[in-house]
Design a protein around this ligand. Sequence first.
Ligand code: ZN
Length: 196
Amino acid sequence: MYDSSDQHVLTKASTKDQKSVVLTFDDGPSKVLPKILDILSQEKVPAVFFWQTKLLYEQRPWKRVLDEGHVIGTHTINHPNLQKLTYEQQYKQLASSKAKIEHITGQNVTYFRPPFGQYNNETIQAAKALQLTTVMWRIASIDWELKWNPHTIVDNVIENLEDGAIILLHELKQTVDVLPILIEKIRAKGYTFSLI
Ligand SMILES: [Zn+2]
């Protein structure tokens, strides 16, 4: 559970009249992206993808991501710990990655997630200067550590569900393997899926 009192970052989405949560996938576009899109399409679930632009080529299925109602945000160029960079270096990571996604997709990028969830005041200032909303999370699935124990990914999310929670996932094989059951169990708890 990520508990932040920082008013400058989002951990929860504003929800209207029904319980809902937001799925977010970091560190793509990866080779399992088409499988994630297949599952989300079948289940009619929207999601937010935070991409490292060193992995983003014209040939990646970015158009499918957008056509199917998902949102692409930036996760920097190459995933540095932003706390270790100067303001200028941080600004470049955000500006360059935002510009690359916008150049390829033709769509405005408005969301940013800091690598490792690490940021400082200068990160927030750089994001604001670029009209980027900094998005953290409320529930970490810890999927990156659970290659051999993927059902714990599901437990980590289900045990911490709450209205509006932004859920941290990654474009990883183990996450794909449990994604259908994760969606099913979230729905069984009475939640729908929304965007930020
Ligand atoms: Zn990441």
